[in-house]
Structures are given as C-alpha cells and as structure tokens.
Design a binder for this molecule. Structure first.
Ligand SMILES: [Zn+2]
Length: 267
C-alpha cells in the first residue's frame, strides 16, 4: 500500500512514471493500479487489492481523490490529516469489534470521509483535546467547549456531553424512539447494528446515527474554531436534511419523500 500511495503522491519520480506508462494508468479509472496482463514485481504489489478485499476493506476506502476548491488531490482516509502511514493501515486491519459487539458497518450511502470519521471515533481516535494531549500535543484547555463541564474526550463530545445529549434527544424523538442511555460512540453504533428485524430500517437508523455524530462533530468544530455555538434545533434540522440527501441520492435503501422523512424517517 505504501507504494500505491507513493505512486499517487509522487508521480514525478522516474519509477512512478515508468509504472504509469507500462500499465497505462493515465487512461484507467483512479482505483486501478495495474494492467493484469503484465507480470512482474509491480503486479505482485498490486495484488494487495485481493488481500484487502478478503478483509472487507476496499481500496477506495483507503485512498481517494476528493475534489476541493484547490483542485483534486490524493488523500488517505485512514488518518485525520489525509497522509498514508503504515500504522494507520495496521490499525484498520487490526480493528476488531469487542466481545458481543457487531462488526463496524461501512455505509455505502455516506461519503467515505464520514464512514472513516465514525470508524475512528468508535475507536476513540479523533483529534479531541484529551487525545491530542495524550500524544504530547499542547492544547489550550482539555475542557469541552460545548458545555464547559467535562473533559473533551471522544465519547464525551460526541455522545455524553449535555449538548450532544440534547441533539440526540431531538433525533430520538424524530425517529419515534425513546432515548437510550448511551455513553460511547461504540455503544450507540452497536445498538443500531442490532436494532429491529428489518435490514433496511436498521441501515436507515445507522445512517441517522452516523449523520448525527458527524453533525455534532461539525458543530464542535464551529465552536472551537469559529466560536459559534449552533442551537440544537438548527443541528437537528441539518441532520434531517443531510441524511435525507445522502440516503435518497443512492436510492438503495429509501423510497420516501421529504415530508414523510422529516416527520418520521423509520415509518
Ligand atoms: Zn461537553
């Protein structure tokens, strides 16, 4: 995988130019790394795709080329700063659910960055004050700026913080469910994986949970970096519209109009 990353991010190097030319990569989709009919060392390296597929990790969930206002550039979705490290891939390969816990579910309907964020959050590996401090990064305060009541750990800011709880209360009410006493991202995600008997509705609930966690994190960032604290109703409205657009766009798990969705998404 290291060589795939180098091929994409250092295309000016002679070896990368030779590989690209031999395998006609400039004319191939961005998730293709080799021409199968050729043999040799590079095709052995390219064989990692099969190994990753067997582990249920598609290469597109690791390397992507998102388009931003500054153009398209390659990034590794396994690390917060978008650069590839062997450690990040090792963590992804080693990720195993705890006892009696369902497997982490990658939702195709959601952008890769959201799935990766939730996956990292479920392991407690997102750049919150407590985690940064543990890694020797100097932080102004370890306090949660959403409530000023607790330390900013992953589970606190995304689930246990009074602000997050108020948002979740609204989301549970919208879904017609009573609020359950979750204290961690993992508990929340795992409970959705086991919820109900209908696979499609379960995926919808999971999508709503992922969307809620993602929006709480965006609100946290607005608070930390722009000093803006969004009211919970605004965040809940955003969760409703964002999850609707994402699940609707794929057309895979929902055939519901906006009016019905905004009233009760799990009907
Ligand atoms: Zn808090």
């Amino acid at each position: 995988m290291k060589w795939w990353w180098k091929l994409r991010t250092e295309p000016q190097h002679l070896w990368a130019e030779v590989i690209s030319s031999l395998h006609h990569l400039s004319t191939k989709p961005i998730d293709v790394y080799s021409k199968k009919s050729l043999s040799g060392v590079w095709n052995n390296i390219a064989g990692i795709r099969k190994a990753l597929d067997k582990k249920g990790i598609p290469v597109t969930s690791i390397l992507s080329k998102p388009i931003s206002p500054h153009g398209a550039s390659w990034r590794c979705e396994l690390s917060p700063d978008g650069t590839y490290t062997v450690r990040a891939l090792r963590q992804r390969l080693d990720y195993r659910p705890h006892n009696n816990v369902e497997k982490f579910c990658w939702l195709k309907v959601f952008p890769l960055k959201v799935n990766c964020f939730i996956w990292r959050a479920a392991m407690g590996r997102i750049p919150v004050a407590v985690e940064l401090s543990k890694r020797g990064v100097s932080v102004e305060t370890k306090n949660c700026l959403m409530c000023n009541e607790g330390e900013e750990s992953t589970d606190h800011v995304l689930v246990d913080c009074p602000y997050a709880r108020r948002v979740f209360e609204g989301v549970f009410g919208w879904c017609g469910m009573s609020m359950e006493p979750f204290h961690s991202v993992k508990e929340l995600v795992d409970s959705a994986s086991r919820w109900g008997r209908c696979q499609k509705k379960r995926e919808l609930l999971l999508a709503i949970y992922y969307g809620t966690i993602w929006c709480i994190w965006k609100s946290r960032n607005e608070r930390v970096f722009k000093k803006i604290l969004h009211p919970k109703l605004k965040v809940i409205d955003f969760i409703k519209s964002m999850t609707y657009l994402w699940v609707k766009n794929t057309g895979e798990i929902i055939r519901m109009d906006w009016a019905t969705w905004s009233q009760c998404p799990l009907l």
